[in-house]
Design a protein around this ligand. Sequence first.
Ligand code: BGC
Length: 737
Amino acid sequence: MAQMTLAEKIGQLNLMAAGEGLMTGARQPTSLAGRLDTGQVGAIFGTKSLATARAMQERALAGSRLRIPLFFAEDVIHGHRTVFPLNIGLACSWDMDLIAATSRFAAAEAAAEGLHQVYAPMVDISRDARWGRVAEGPGEEPLLAARIAAAAVRGFQGKDPAGKGRVAACLKHFVAYGAPESGRDYDNVSLAWEDLLATYLPPFSAGVEAGAASVMVAFNAVNKLPMHANGPLIEGWLRAGTGFDGLVVSDYTGVAELVAHGLGPAPVAVARAIHAGVDMDMVGEDYLRELPALAKSGVDAPDAGISLTGAQVTALVDRACRRVLDFKQRLGLLDDPFRGMAKTARPPARGRGRALARKAAASAAVLLKNDGVLPLAAETRVALIGPFAADRANMLGTWAVSGRAEDVTPLGEAVTALTGQVPAIAWGANIVDEDWLVQRLNVHGVTVRQDPRPEAEIMAEALATAGQAEVIIAAVGEAKEHAGESSSRLSPDLPAPQRRLIAALAATGKPLVVVLFAGRPLALGAVAEQADALLYAWHGGVAGPEGVADLLFGAANPSGRLAMALPAHPGEVPLSYAHEPTGRPFPGHFAKFRTGWLDMPDDAPRFPFGFGLSYGQVEYGMPQLSRPRALADRPVTLRINVTNSGPCEVVETVQLYASDPVARITRPGRWLIDFQQVTLPPGTSRELRFRVTSDQFSYPIAPSLEGAEWVRDPGLIQLHIGPNSRDTQMAELTWLS
Ligand code: BGC
């Protein structure tokens, strides 16, 4: 750094997109090529091939006086070329080894393309199914999300992000991006500091503890301060608080967006972002444009609350540049700019990835209902009806930027490959009714095809097809672009034409299995009653339909558990099992005067957090505590017997929740403190032991972020153990002070 000029240091902070359809060598678009030739780029994302990355690296080295290499990044959200189920689906597996394995495989594919960093894991907690990006995230629960964050970081980075087949992880989006007002993407967030500390930040601390080498900042404001200018959270909580010493990158044009947030004109926005701790500026190039003058003359903007001398700005540039170089050093690039980019670099065997993807798809799907119709015998004649019965592209789900639709085996073919039967297939219904919505959904390519025939004709064909079968399988749900970035939905339910289809199929009286392919938890309403069996398959990736076929025909046993509750009605969101009690609980004794909805029946079918069925039957014994009273520094053991009394092997996820009936403030109704996953062969029992410690019950009291204090009260704690957040048994424990 001592040898670097100010311009060279600022160049390191510039993070550029490779651009669509980019050509290698001299045919790069001039802006990027020109920047590379003059040492004005620190990193590039979206190169899409090893040859492109190599060509850009060569060009960057030639354009950099001190031959400082670039690093290359990509959105590897749920797989790279081998697309795994959406992250919300992976979260439903509750299987940390599986999540680590999918991340490891994705890292190996990415590294073989010359990539050094992935913009993952996305660890935004969300309790609002309207928000489209729930698809990319770990769901509603902080402990589950924290374990997922750690598992994914382990998978991506291994012991060393510079190791062979490894990449640097990037925890995103820091922070509370999953709680935007009314579920609208990018919208701001107002929440109690207690919620921020106890719910939204834990996955980030867990990811940092697991060694995550970088963090991406969120677009939204948190309690009025946009995250790209949020020094108290970035330099404060993240760096000073957790000891994070990696790289902080902006989100796409996030620095420039501070202007629209109302934080000042571009120079002020830049000063605020770099001062807050945003080290690299993605795409906007505002650092590149504004920092030279700011480093010379400083900034004095009392209306925006920032005043820095030129020397102070220069010191901030140094700080950010050092972090970029440290990151490159950690990736081994300062020793070898082409590390991992040998022309002979080979991705891992695709077949291995497919097998993992198929297992992951079966583990991600959640069986919500089964009136005895599943599993099907291989010879059961089935009809596959619905817009996703023969679909490839939508199965990849959102943010599968390196996936290919032709890699997907559609459901019909998967059923044939597994059972030998060729099922009758009918389109059944258009995905949505509205033409204008079809235009929007097709913004990234055509994933929504509409049948121009009148609905009566489409439906008549569907019913005729159903008539030939013994069991109807309805393949319905959301298109790929229905969920994901900028895909918030006003009403997260199954689109109307598909609801009409289900009602008509149910009216035939034939056994009806509904398979939902979706990017978010959809309110199922009447569909939950009309279906005889209900399998929530998310968008399962390249082998999604094969995983579904395995479950339908009993080649795999369902084990997924909801990582996010499914409401009965879309108006219920945001929704969480951890909802705090009110003075008028729901459901109460009074028909009307309680916390709830006047216009929704109390027995409307909801599926709670942690819920999921299998083809087995697991019985829970009574939980036993090693002692009912304990000193706060002494762990207690909770033991429980689980028995598989069913006919097949099951994977059971035993969940332990707690509630604190008396506290200084209102606490969640219950919250997850631990879980264990066990495989139980038929007819076997296992005793599980949970170590319970008093830290699991500490909580923040936070009049402000800086004034937050974590407290641990003596007194009664209720422990609830069971197969989901609702159906639990209780043991009481008293902590002595
Ligand atoms: C998203 C990020 C993503 C980035 C780069 C942004 O729009 O919010 O999650 O990593 O683009 O593609």
